[in-house]
Design a protein around this ligand. Structure first.
Ligand code: ADP
Ligand code: MG
Length: 216
């Protein structure tokens, strides 16, 4: 199983589509816990990537990640731009020279991204942020790689569910990082918008692989 740049650009398109279908929902989550711009920030980033996908389609995966990182860093405002931008740039470095990503590379990319986000955002798991969706997905993938699990359907279904459950777990958390931490109620009772859009991305990456790469 390997994913290449064309696969990743199709996945980006799927994320963009999912964002279009959840504009109000995500905006309202950020209105409840932050300043209401999270959907718009993500939409600008993914919209720009999609608009320029012709320019990217012949790049190797590491260069694609570098370009995604630079786009996110420069186009997306707010915390998410810096966090996603930095994370993609860090993953591009870890996977330097890779034309395509195999299972181990996907793990390395996601692991590098979550570690970079933690460092940059001075955040750990349990702070009510996007890390609460990404970290459990990375841990789940790591667990399957360590146990030499070979059933890719099982792996990607579990990784996807780990991200979705992780996002869900932010509902009852008091925020330690992000704008919700400045609120009196620390956002308790509301899902973290960044965790929700992170779970969308993990879910769609897993679905792309499940639908297009396994048994094909
Ligand atoms: P801003 O908070 O600057 O308005 P966005 O609305 O685009 O930026 O993104 C908000 C999301 O960013 C939050 O829901 C949270 O998931 C994430 N976030 C904010 N600060 C941090 C941090 N220090 N570490 C990790 N994630 C963070
Ligand atoms: Mg915001």
């Amino acid at each position: 199983m390997k994913i290449n740049t064309i696969d990743y650009l199709k996945y980006i398109e799927n994320v963009y589509e999912k964002l279009q279908n959840n504009r109000e929902y995500v905006t309202n989550l950020d209105l409840a816990t932050g300043d209401g711009d999270h959907w718009n920030n993500m939409n600008i980033g993914f919209g720009d990537l999609l608009k320029n996908s012709e320019k990217y389609k012949d790049l190797p995966m590491d260069q694609l990640f570098k370009n995604i990182g630079m786009t996110m860093m420069s186009k997306i405002g707010g915390s998410s731009g810096v966090l996603y931008g930095g994370a993609y740039l860090a993953a591009a470095k870890t996977l330097k020279g890779k034309e395509e990503f195999d299972l181990e590379d996907i793990y390395l990319a996601l692991k590098t991204m979550v570690e970079d986000m933690k460092k940059r955002g001075k955040t750990e798991v349990g702070s009510k942020t996007m890390i609460d969706a990404l970290n459990p997905a990375v841990e789940e993938l790591e667990k399957h790689l360590n146990s030499k699990e070979e059933d890719l359907v099982k792996i990607f279904e579990n990784v996807k569910n780990a991200a979705i459950n992780g996002a869900e777990s932010t509902k009852d958390m008091p925020a330690i990082r992000g704008r919700a931490s400045y609120q009196k109620d620390k956002g308790i009772g509301h899902l973290d918008p960044g965790a929700v859009t992170m779970a969308y991305q993990i879910e769609l990456l897993c679905d792309y692989i499940l639908n297009n790469k396994i048994g094909k």
